[in-house]
Write a protein that binds this ligand. Structure first.
Ligand code: NAP
Length: 292
């Protein structure tokens, strides 16, 4: 079997095309547009490409966009105060803070400081909590992107063995909730799974495999169950080339569908960020009787 490639750029284009019409309708109704603020703290070469893609997508939709670069030495208190100002700024309708933050900052505290109505990254505790009930209006961008890619395969997820490698709050944990919501039998692997030498055993069972670790070729191609759908979220710079966490050539032979890196998950994450930005805008204009 040779897997079909899941073309993230094509899926993203479709999402953005649908959104463009919605943004135009919203502008006609409310006479204003969503405005996204992206915050980068310190030098973040890994997120530079992502930020450039955000700018391009926002420009294509006519959404306002500003990049705020802060010095790596910014303190927790200073950043929280700035977030307070952006929360109160009526022009800004969406805020995304690029992770990882410098180790001197407490990422959870920072995420919790963003007004949930403006948290387009979907990581405010309110959004994470709502995801447990299955009615989150703004999910985490990457977990939503993974679900879009799975949806594009046309596969029925009901009862499928889903294995997620990586249990981060940004990706692994939220996507496990979305897969549970689709009635997948869901296993989450992490560093202790690897330390006990059990990772390959779990991966070999997976009909749906989601890998979000950040270690090139952690998952060997020979572990992939024939016919599995493989979503490789990892991005690793190896000898100047972007690679995923899955040994691509081997996995391609066994899987039914696989995301390439680059060109798989990444473009869809940008599109789901834009969709969240539009959702956040609707939450704000909908909650104000004056139409703000
Ligand atoms: P993260 O916060 O560092 O989480 C990595 C996870 O992998 C942790 O849960 C960690 O477990 C686990 N892990 C580490 N070593 C492991 C091992 N040997 N076996 C099994 N699990 C292991 O990273 P993240 O934010 O979730 O991002 C993960 C990857 O996705 C990164 O490469 C990132 O660049 C990429 N990413 C890509 C996109 C995209 O658009 N394509 C978007 C977001 C992120 P412990 O916490 O227990 O150590």
């Amino acid at each position: 079997m040779t897997a079909q490639l899941l073309d993230g750029r094509q899926i993203a284009r479709k999402i953005l095309t649908d959104l463009k019409g919605e943004v135009e309708s919203l502008q006609a109704l409310h006479h204003r547009l969503p405005f996204l603020l992206t915050v980068q703290v310190g030098l973040q070469p890994a997120s530079d490409l992502f930020v450039r893609s955000q700018m391009k997508a926002a420009a294509g939709l006519g959404i306002g966009y500003r990049l705020e670069r802060l010095n790596a030495a910014v303190s927790q208190q200073e950043l929280i105060e700035k977030i307070g100002q952006w929360n109160r700024d009526r022009e800004i309708t969406g805020i995304t803070i690029q992770f990882p933050l410098p180790p001197s900052l407490d990422a959870r505290g920072i995420s919790a400081g963003v007004d949930p109505k403006k948290d387009v990254e979907g990581i405010h505790p309110q959004h994470i909590g709502q995801a447990v009930f299955g009615w989150s209006r703004i999910g985490t961008c990457t977990s939503l992107a993974i679900m879009e890619l799975l949806n594009a395969t046309g596969a029925d997820l009901y009862g499928k063995e889903a294995v997620i490698v990586g249990h981060s709050e940004l990706i692994g944990k939220p996507v496990s909730l979305l897969l549970l919501d689709k009635f997948c039998t869901t296993t989450i692997c992490h560093v202790a799974t690897s330390d006990r030498g059990r990772l390959s055993e779990h991966v070999k069972r997976a009909e749906i495999l989601v890998v979000a670790v950040g270690k090139a070729r952690l998952i060997q191609g020979s572990w992939i169950r024939p016919g599995a759908i493989v979503i490789d979220v990892g991005t690793n710079l190896v000898d100047g080339q972007l690679q995923g966490d899955v040994e691509f050539e081997g996995a391609l032979k066994a899987a039914s569908f696989i995301t390439p890196v680059p060109g798989g998950v990444g473009p869809v994450v940008v599109a789901t960020l834009m969709r969240n930005t539009v959702e956040a805008f609707k939450l704000q204009v909908g909650s104000d009787p004056k139409g703000f």
